[in-house]
Every structure is written in structure tokens, then in C-alpha cells.
Design a binder for this molecule. Sequence first.
Ligand SMILES: Cc1cc2nc3c(=O)[nH]c(=O)nc-3n(C[C@H](O)[C@H](O)[C@H](O)COP(=O)(O)OP(=O)(O)OC[C@H]3O[C@@H](n4cnc5c(N)ncnc54)[C@H](O)[C@@H]3O)c2cc1C
Length: 368
Amino acid sequence: MYATIHDVLIIGAGPAGLSTAYLCHKHGLSYLLLESGKAIFQGIANTYPEGKLVYASKPKDAPEPFMIDELRPPDKPVTVESYLQYVQHFVQHENLHIQTEVDFEDIKDERDGLTVITSKGSFKGKKVVLSFGSNIPRELSVYGDAKMVAKNVDDAGKYIGIKTLVIGGGNTAADVIINILKAKREVNDTQPVYWAHKAETFDVNKETAQRLGEEILLGGNIRLLPGAMPRIGEVDDEGVDRLVIRINEFKQVDGIDLYHAMSFPMQNVIACIGSQGPVPIFDKLNIQSIACTAGVCKIAKEGERLVLLSADFESSRKGVYVIGGAISPSYMKINQGSIAEEKHPNLIYTAINDAYHVVEAIRGKLGK
Ligand SMILES: Cc1cc2nc3c(=O)[nH]c(=O)nc-3n(C[C@H](O)[C@H](O)[C@H](O)COP(=O)(O)OP(=O)(O)OC[C@H]3O[C@@H](n4cnc5c(N)ncnc54)[C@H](O)[C@@H]3O)c2cc1C
């Protein structure tokens, strides 16, 4: 038994999800907004460079104004930090229902609605709005039951006193390592940071390499593991999720290969393996997408798959809507019996206005 059936469950607290929550709140629909990050607008906090100005950009040919004035960025651009602070205050002032650090996993159809499965249990709603943006952390492909997805480090202090494994060969991995080495150095923690990459060479820019070199010379304890392959995600006898990473391999003439491998508790592992578009999630959710064939799409390339949505942003799964950056830069729109690629710029404007239209559609369906 679920205590509450919400009218709307919203996944992802970026501009699209937060706008949806605010409009539900304003129109008396019961709702819950679930966010995987530590705070609202985590997607923006993670991707905008420090001090970046936020523009209230609106496509030239867009007929509508910003449909929610309260969340639009100011006309005179402000830094991302000020915009985030403003939005935080807005959420507190409106007392919006948000749960953070909840990872969306799946949706199940039930007789009386939809059940959303998350890392913190299940929630039930009549409608689900997917507003998880376009940056979906990649999953590390390993065999076995214990899974690991790409993550960044928000608190390097969590890795003090433990041997840490960072996977990935680029600037993001190097930056994470620099932060952890610095945090460890400041408290005289000598436990190493292992840096693993499947290729034989690392690939960072000069500026990052200089900062990393400086950290090492100042005493940072780093062990390089080039050519290392994450292989198995296993649960050990004590129920701890572990990652087994093969660090070298010796081919024998008798056909019996020898390996060296290391096994780290998953919580000591940081995978900087980038993000991907949301198509694999749509596939997992059985939400239909259509491949662009030659001449059909102007924005998407041939072979790319675009999610199929009604004019109200409802997907092929009844009651499940998709909005915002998750459907940018284009999607397939069903309109009066025909299907065509619809341009959908990845902007705060689009995210906010999608929320307006989807809440209007849901209000109509629920009669509220
Ligand atoms: C560097 C940069 C600069 C930009 N500058 C501008 C600008 O100046 N003006 C402008 O209009 N646009 C700008 N954009 C684009 C704008 O930020 C996006 O269009 C907008 O953030 C999209 O909003 P969204 O809510 O759809 O997605 P997002 O902002 O990506 O929000 C999605 C949220 O969902 C959460 N989430 C993801 N997966 C899950 C999950 N499994 N479970 C729960 N939660 C999840 C994320 O943590 C995130 O908080 C910029 C983008 C970038 C990258």
C-alpha cells in the first residue's frame, strides 16, 4: 500500500522540473519533485563554469513569452551563482515539495496509476513528467550485479583515509584527482589515489596537467594504472558492492591467461566516464523513439533516434510526459495524424514553457 497517490511525479529539478512543480503547486495539483543531485538545479550547477552569465535567451521565431515569469532569468544577465541563489529562495518561499538525492530508476504501470521506482523506494502518481535533462551519467559496463554510473565529486573530503580509484582518462578525471589529492594532503593522509584509464595514455590539457603536476610535487600520492579495464561489479560475502579492475594481462602460450586485478569497494570508486543522451533511458522505459532516415530530419543526423511525443509532450507510454533538455535539440511530434521532427532548442525558455504546456494538458486530463 502507498500512503499517497500524487497527481504528478516529476523527475529532475532543473528549470523544466521545477517549473512543473511550481505550476502544480499553483493550481492545486498534488505533486512531488524528485532530484538525484544534492540540490535543485544540480544539472546547471554541475555544467556551468563558475561566474558564467545566465541569459534569458528566447529563439527568434518563438511565438510565446516566458510563460512563468518567476523563474525566467533576468533580462540583464546575472551570474549562475546569483541565479541559483534566487531559485533556492524561490523554492523556500513557495515551500515546494522536493526530495533530493533520489535517483530515478524505472516506471511500472499499475491498475490505478504509475509507480516510479527510485533509489529511495517507490512513489505513486497518476502522471509522470520526465525532466531529467540531456546529461545522463553513463553506466560503467562491467559484468555482474553491482552497477556503477558516472559521478563527479562534490566533497573530496569523503575520500580522506581511503584508497580511492578514479576511472577515466580526461580533464574531468584529472580535476577530480587534483581535488582529492589536495584534500588528502591538507590533512596528511597518505592513502593513495589510483588513476585508471583503459587506454595506455592519459589525455588532459596543458593547464590541467600543470595543476596535477604541482599537486604531485607537493606530496600528492597518486598511482597510475594505464591500460586498466573495469571488469566485474560484484557483491562480496559481506554484502559490499565492489569493482574488480584488471590492471594487466599476460597472454600465455598454453592459452591460459594470467591477470592482475584490484578490487575496490564501489564507494571508493569515482567514474569520470562522461554522460550520454537520454535515448538508452527511453529504451529502458519502453518509450518509443523513431530513427531519422535520409531526408526526414533537418536537425538530427541520419540514424539518430528521436523520442516520439504528442503535441502535449505525452510519450508512447500513457501518462508519461517528457520535457526540457531531455528532448533537445529535436523530437518527433505527432500532430493531427502526421509525425514530423520538431525543433526544440535546449534553453531555459524552452524548459519553462514546456512545463507550462504539460501542466495545462495534465490539468485538462485530471479535470483540475
Ligand atoms: C554551459 C552551459 C551554459 C548554458 N547557458 C544557458 C543560458 O545562458 N541561457 C539559457 O537559456 N540556457 C543555457 N543553457 C541551457 C540550459 O541550461 C538548459 O536548457 C536547461 O538547464 C534545461 O533544463 P532541464 O530542466 O530540462 O534540464 P537540467 O537543467 O539538465 O535539469 C535536469 C535535472 O534532472 C536531474 N536528474 C538527472 N537524472 C536524474 C535521475 N535519474 N533522477 C533524478 N534526477 C535526475 C539532474 O540532476 C538535473 O538537476 C546552458 C547550458 C550549458 C551546458
